[in-house]
Design a protein around this ligand. Structure first.
Ligand code: PLP
Length: 461
């Protein structure tokens, strides 16, 4: 099993190498050279199995010999042991042909735990064999950073530094980053905005002497291993509703396109998915691109579903690569046009994308109204991201069962939920003491040199 870059000129890598590399050297994203094909019988054999067994069956063909079978089963078991629901990704019914896939039972209450918990285990296992250490540095507007710290806390061969904009993440998100006590995870509250934090992380990756000196690695959403881990719940939920004998559709609240691209991979493997519906908030670059054929940036408008507030959707490049017949030079050409603000998608590529994806957009008022209405009708309390999904899904219901991804727990976004239903949702019991735990955080300036010194000092001690 080999991985190639969407821009066609980076080295071809194994699964383990692609996981450690993240962004390809040519600026592209790694994708499988050939997507493994599952027959109906292959999928049917997984029906009724545990989430962990399905995870093993789905991911193993993508991984080559990075891990032995027993090792990989053990890593999966460890990754999902901390989830607060035995089904890991349970389905709930909202209407006769509409289902909600709850992806918020992990330790930080958002779907990012599915991938981050597993990548933490896999990176540690790979590094443990050679004794190497790596340093992970990331910027977060909230969910990714908390998921990363929770996943890597206490692992022997990894140090994690998460930069978040001081004063601009929710109390729950901040406390999830500042309360882990293990000395290998470091929460850094930086003066400035999320964009500033992300820019400083980029600077660290572009400083090759620093990058090589501390063995910098990334776990942001373009990492192929994260995409792969997310393929599993598309398969598990489709099997629950009758696949491979009956097709399903999915609606996915989307920001960077990583989650919905995992659905695209499940479909490419042969899972009978009729449509993948992209749901965006008012930051609607993807909805506009699919409707009008022009992929063009527009400034970020802060919303009540902040984990989807993006200017461009980095993983969309992977879908473009296939839509352009896997022509890396063509993709590199398109991406070069982003510095001028955007590009037209060629007719054939647009037809190909529309064959798989549909889309819709949800305004701020519609998001709140959907939380209010869904709670009144079903008793299900949605987070604002899930609400964006439900609203768009309702515009695409048909004969095929629709599964909407609920990407975060409502208690993670209590202000928006309170505005919609008049009360603040409670945290699950297992983390009810979050607000009593002591916090550990370092205030840092928006200054590359100071940040690099801090990272060097901390990993040396
Ligand atoms: C990250 C995130 C999203 C968007 O996921 P992408 O993979 O970037 O499309 C949606 N909802 C929540 C709660 C998130 O944390």
């Amino acid at each position: 099993m080999r991985y190639i870059s969407t821009r066609g000129t980076a080295p071809i890598l194994t699964f383990g190498q692609a996981m450690m590399t993240g962004l390809a050297r040519d600026g592209g994203l790694y994708v499988p050279q050939v997507v493994p094909q599952f027959t109906k019988a292959d999928f049917a054999a997984l029906a009724g199995k545990s989430y962990e067994d399905i995870a093993y069956g789905v991911m193993k063909p993508f991984m080559g010999d990075t891990f032995t079978d027993d090792e990989f089963r053990d890593l999966i078991a460890k990754a999902y042991a901390g989830f607060g629901h035995p089904a890991r990704a349970p389905l709930k019914q909202l209407a006769s042909n509409h289902f909600l896939l709850e992806l918020f039972h992990g330790p930080t209450l958002a779907f990012k735990d599915f991938a981050m918990q597993l990548i933490g285990q896999m990176m540690q296992a790979a590094l443990g064999k050679t004794g190497e250490r790596i340093t992970i540095v990331g910027a977060t507007s909230g969910d990714t950073g908390s998921a990363a710290m929770e996943a890597f806390r206490g692992l022997a061969n990894v140090d994690v530094f998460i930069l978040f904009p001081h004063g601009r993440v929710s109390d729950v998100q901040r406390r999830q980053m500042t309360t882990p006590l293990e000395s290998n995870v470091h929460a850094l509250a930086m003066d400035g905005s999320f964009d500033d934090a992300q820019a400083r992380v980029k600077d660290m990756f572009n400083d090759f002497a620093f990058r090589d000196g501390v063995r910098l690695a990334g776990v942001n959403s373009i990492n192929w291993a994260r995409v792969l881990a997310q393929v599993v719940y598309y398969v598990s939920s489709a099997l629950s509703l009758g696949a491979p004998h009956r097709p399903v559709s999915f609606t996915v609240p989307t920001g960077n396109f990583g989650d919905v691209f995992a659905g695209y991979i499940a479909r490419s493997m042969g899972l009978p998915i009729e449509k993948l519906v992209i749901a965006t908030n008012q930051n609607d670059i993807l909805d506009r691109a699919l409707r009008a054929g022009r992929y063009a940036m527009d400034g970020v408008k802060p919303s009540i579903s902040p984990s989807m507030d993006i200017q461009i959707s980095s993983n969309f490049e992977r879908a473009l690569f296939d839509a352009y017949g896997r022509d890396g030079a063509a993709v590199a050409g398109l991406m070069a046009l982003m510095k001028d603000g955007g590009f037209e998608i060629a007719d054939a590529a647009l037809r190909s994308l529309r064959g798989t994806f549909a889309s819709g957009r949800c305004s701020e008022d519609e998001t709140l109204a959907t939380i209010t209405r869904t709670f009144a009708q079903t008793g299900e309390l949605l987070c604002p991201h899930g609400a964006v999904g439900v609203k768009v899904a309702e515009e695409h219901l048909g004969d095929v069962p629709m599964i909407t991804l609920a990407t975060a727990h409502p208690a993670k976004f209590p202000d928006a939920v309170e505005q919609a239903v008049g009360f603040r949702p409670a945290l699950p019991l297992r983390m009810a003491d979050l607000f009593e735990r002591p916090e550990r955080v370092t205030r840092v300036p928006n200054d590359l040199g100071a940040l690099q010194s801090l990272v060097r000092e901390r990993i040396a001690s």
